[in-house]
Design a protein around this ligand. Sequence first.
Ligand code: HEC
Length: 158
Amino acid sequence: MNRKKLLAVAAVSLTLISSTAVAEITFRNTITGEPLDMSVAKSGGNETVFQQFKETGKNPYNGDKEAIQKGHDLYLPACSGCHGHEAEGKLGPGLADDYWTYPSATKDQGLFEILFGGAKGMMGPQYVNLSTDEMLMIMSWIRDIYTGDPKKAKWLKK
Ligand code: HEC
């Protein structure tokens, strides 16, 4: 095979490979927009659930009673000191109402990006303490205690 043909074959096989692989979401830092380095993520928990989240951008734990309970147990030591026991707000903003500093938080992808990569000031990246599975559970609890306008709950939309 000559060089030209070889290149053509290579190009075709590359296209085939990339079209069969399932697309994954690129998570970005909420403040800088830079892609988040997912290689620093703490492993553990249900990797299948996180994989599903990476492909759909929807938290599979939303509405799952057991995950919501675990999420609450994790929220208390990890977040309540700054956000309040019922996420009513303290040093950090309330997380149960429909006012968001970062409107991206109305989607699960955006909420995850804030948790994993942090935001400004005291809101540091949470990957240091929590696995991605644990973050998804905390997120399911935050969605569960939502008191805001259901119309603004973008995570419920298809
Ligand atoms: C040391 C204090 C501190 C801890 C611990 C902390 N946060 Fe925060 N959080 C903040 C502050 C301060 C802000 C506001 C940052 C900003 O505006 O950029 C914030 C912002 C946020 C936001 C964005 C809210 C909005 O209105 O857009 C979310 C979501 C959030 N935190 C969730 C969490 C969760 C969940 C945890 C636990 C895993 C957590 N935080 C732990 C202090 C903290």
